[in-house]
Design a protein around this ligand. Structure first.
Ligand SMILES: [Fe+2]
Ligand SMILES: [Fe+2]
Length: 151
């Protein structure tokens, strides 16, 4: 299967009105780029060491943790500012968290690089771009309209 590979870059992802959110998004895009490099090296190699498997697992765990904190902070912002679409936005976070954890677990149990690659190079980047461009954008705009200012 040939996938169209999407590698997001910090310079081209959508910007929102709150710097702390942009900062988190940049960090996340950089983390995913690192995961992507490990995945590509694994796919390109003819032999695979235990270290390669462990490095991918560790990078995935860091990514999952970063995403948990990312979503938690946005959920708190929405509650603090009374964002009306909280259920939709936080619901999407919840759904994606479940998916991401399932992808990480599937990798840990099966070392299935193709499924992981599809997530990292296609499903996640598409979702992330669309989410930042809609939910996150509206959340930040609304927070600014409410006079929210980050510390
Ligand atoms: Fe976000
Ligand atoms: Fe979000």
């Amino acid at each position: 299967m040939t996938l169209e590979k999407i590698v997001l870059e910090t310079s081209t992802i959508p910007r929102v009105d709150l710097d702390f959110m942009n900062h988190t998004h940049f960090e996340e895009v950089e983390m995913v780029e690192q995961v992507g490099q490990l995945v590509k090296a694994f796919q390109d190699g003819t032999t695979h060491s235990e270290k390669q498997l462990a490095d991918i697992t560790a990078a995935l765990e860091d990514w999952v943790q970063h995403t948990q904190e990312h979503f938690k902070r946005e959920n708190t912002l929405m509650l603090d500012t009374g964002f009306p679409a909280y259920p939709t936005h936080s619901g999407e976070h919840e759904k994606v968290m479940v998916e991401m954890q399932a992808v990480a677990n599937h990798w840990k149990e099966n070392s299935d690089i193709d499924t992981l690659a599809e997530y990292v190079f296609s499903l996640w980047p598409e979702w992330f771009n669309a989410h930042v461009n809609s939910m996150d954008m509206m959340t930040a705009k609304f927070a600014m309209m409410q006079g929210y200012s980050a510390e």
